[in-house]
Design a protein around this ligand. Structure first.
Ligand SMILES: Nc1ncnc2c1ncn2[C@@H]1O[C@H](COP(=O)(O)OP(=O)(O)OP(=O)(O)O)[C@@H](O)[C@H]1O
Length: 250
């Protein structure tokens, strides 16, 4: 049986002020794949993730999610159920208790009043506590989020993802702002959770070492185009040298 494609991108073009940021003819990502996006600064990694998350629009081309055009999903609950996003800035509200930030993963499903009520009496508390247990923060549930370290805050963002339980996780530089030990720790948790939940994971990373260690497929971008797209174990030092060399840059 053929494996199911979560993403099928064709003839995509995105420019900013007339300058091409990303152009790709075809890209398919299968359900359950763990894909790392690598490449020099400005190569188009964030642009690609934002297009996949529907937070920006392409100038032309088509994105199919589970065979259905992105445009048919709109910005509603359906897409929220499908995709979760995690960024290096964590996108947490520091003044709120940890539990409220975790339960923000439910906002896409809750109506306005339930969301508002939850700020006073946390709704689905058990679900949030369970998620916090899985990321090792069960003793910080009611603490103010800003009091947590960067690594702990990123774990809160992971617990929020667990509560949201999307089919696909798009992670934009999820560990860039952490020190190397914490970065690896968070990446390990992220990959483990995605594997356990059978989620598709697509993450942009600056560390080639982590890309090779934790991801099965590496897509490299350079100057807005796919430079190579290979199983991790097939990526050679020469591929990487060429990818990051300054000489041939367009
Ligand atoms: N909002 C914007 N307005 C104008 N140009 C933009 C905008 N966002 C991105 N760009 C340009 O598009 C190109 C691709 O940027 P993008 O952020 O996708 O790269 P990246 O690979 O994620 O880089 P980095 O690793 O530094 O985060 C760059 O030339 C960038 O300057």
């Amino acid at each position: 049986m053929p494996e199911k494609e979560v993403f099928k991108l064709s003839n995509l073009l995105k420019s900013y002020e007339g300058k091409r940021a990303l152009s790709l003819s075809s890209l398919k990502i299968k359900k359950g794949e763990r894909v790392a996006l690598i490449g020099p600064s400005g190569a188009g990694k964030t642009t690609l993730l934002n297009l996949m998350a529907n937070t920006i629009k392409a100038d032309r081309g088509e994105i199919l999610i589970d065979g259905i055009p992105m445009t048919e999903y709109g910005f509603g609950k359906q897409l929220h159920k499908k995709m979760g996003i995690i960024r290096q800035q964590f996108d947490l509200v520091g003044q709120l208790a940890v539990i409220h930030n975790v339960l923000a993963g439910r906002l896409g499903e809750w109506g306005f009043f339930k969301s508002l009520l939850s700020l006073f009496i946390p709704q689905d508390e058990k679900v949030a506590v369970k998620a916090l247990k899985r990321v090792g923060l069960e003793d910080r549930v009611y603490e103010r989020t800003s009091k947590l370290s960067g690594g702990e805050q990123q774990r809160v963002a992971l617990a929020r993802l667990l509560v949201q339980h999307p089919e696909v996780i798009l992670a934009d530089e999820p560990v860039a702002s952490l020190d190397p030990a914490r970065a690896e720790d968070i990446l390990q948790v992220l990959v483990k959770l995605a594997r356990e939940e059978e989620q598709t994971l697509i993450a942009s990373l600056h560390s080639v070492e982590y890309a090779k260690k934790y991801f099965s497929r590496i897509i490299s971008l350079r100057a807005g185009e796919i430079y190579f797209d290979l199983p991790s174990e097939k990526v050679s030092p020469e591929d990487l040298n060429n990818l990051y060399s300054l000489k041939e840059m367009k």
